[in-house]
Design a protein around this ligand. Structure first.
Ligand SMILES: Cc1cc2nc3c(=O)[nH]c(=O)nc-3n(C[C@H](O)[C@H](O)[C@H](O)COP(=O)(O)O)c2cc1C
Length: 350
């Protein structure tokens, strides 16, 4: 077992094909935002309390009204079968054992039905890219509802595909055996280029799409990829139930603000009207604690789950998520905070 998530990445890198590793690890352009996400959590300093009875600490919470043991979600990521033959089935199993909801990607390499069937009782959300083909987008929403997914995560930061220079340099192509399983060969089944696949997504979206989704099914819409307070308010006004402060793990607009830096503005603008989540560079229990102190209700974890999947399959995924929970519990004890309600902004020096 890796002692931390940074070391885990090194192990995964040894195992994976260099092109695949670059696809998972990389960001856009100079990877300024990729690095900034990590640095911004690290830069924040804590102001711990002492003498605050922490003989028992509780990480339990609710997300969109659903009780959960920890304030974590597995971030939606494409193509888990590039990391492990069982792909999203193994991720779902590991996440379920840790009690962490999986946000399944539109671009998954296992269909949303098969992922749901792997862990029927586990909480799960579905991430939606809205295709230009609105019939297909609507079909995905209906299938997600039928498959027991409890929220739609609408990703809005991919109006164009980020310029992933590692993939350009590696001439990275998807292997011919890999399928965008939800599409079931509906689009070019021999398309091996992530850039051209992404061109199927509609760059013409406006907040109206949120109302359209809510008419299709009775599922809460969580908008992912918000970095500004005014946009968060526009999403809520249009019917969203929550927003995720995210820059897509630095894979889209390079130079975009780090998520730890954007979070306070979004939390202030939302003003308690809705839940706010955050992702990007969350690697340690103290990062989660800082995120919650700054007003996030939960943090999504991305790449570390892929590294865990690649190195240890379902067990690896469970170990990483259990480990993060243990780190959060330790951080809470050392900050004198026995419950998540006690995580307030004064714990953090910005
Ligand atoms: C390999 C990879 C694939 C991704 N695929 C998707 C996707 O299909 N849909 C989506 O909304 N976000 C996707 N993301 C972004 C993640 O959901 C998340 O925002 C980001 O990875 C969080 O940052 P972290 O990896 O530093 O934890 C992807 C990220 C990675 C690394």
């Amino acid at each position: 077992v890796a002692s931390d998530l940074i070391e885990l990445e090194r192990r995964a890198q040894e195992l994976l094909d260099p092109g695949v590793y670059g696809f998972f690890a990389g960001g856009a352009d100079e990877e300024v935002t990729l690095a900034a996400n990590l640095a911004a959590w690290t830069r924040l300093r804590l102001r711990p309390h002492v003498l605050r009875d922490v003989s028992s600490v509780a990480t339990a919470t609710t997300l969109l009204g659903q009780p959960l043991p920890t304030p974590f979600l597995v971030a939606p990521m494409a193509y888990h079968r590039l990391a492990h033959p069982d792909g999203e089935v193994a991720t779902a199993a590991g996440a379920a054992r840790a009690g962490v909801p999986l946000v399944a990607s539109t671009q998954a390499s296992v269909s949303l039905e098969d992922t749901a069937a792997a862990e029927p009782e586990a909480p799960r959300w579905f991430q939606l890219y809205v295709h230009r083909d609105r019939g297909y987008a609507a079909e995905l929403v209906h299938r997600a509802a039928a498959g027991g997914y409890r929220a739609l995560v609408l990703t809005v930061d991919l109006a164009a595909y980020g310029n992933r220079l590692r993939d350009v340099r590696n001439e990275f192509k998807l292997p011919s055996w890999l399928r965008i399983a939800n599409a079931a060969d509906r689009f070019n089944d021999d398309d091996d280029d992530p850039v051209s696949i992404a061109s199927q997504f509609d760059p013409g979206l406006s907040p109206d799409v949120i109302g359209w989704l809510r008419e299709l099914e009775d599922l809460p819409v969580v908008v992912k990829g918000v970095l500004r307070g005014d946009d968060a308010v526009a999403c809520l006004d249009a019917g969203a139930s929550a927003v995720i402060v995210s820059n897509h793990g630095g894979r889209q607009l390079d130079g975009a603000v780090a998520t730890a830096d954007a979070l306070p503005e979004v939390v202030a603008a939302v003003g308690g009207r809705a839940e706010v989540y955050v992702d990007g560079g969350v690697r340690r229990g103290t990062d989660v604690l800082k995120a919650l102190a700054l007003g996030a209700r939960a943090a999504l974890v991305g790449r570390p789950v892929i590294w865990a999947l690649a190195t240890g399959g379902a067990e690896g995924v469970q170990a990483v998520l259990d480990g993060l929970r243990a780190e959060l519990e330790r951080a809470m004890m050392l900050c004198g905070t026995a419950s998540l309600d006690a995580l307030t902004p004064d714990l953090v020096v910005r």
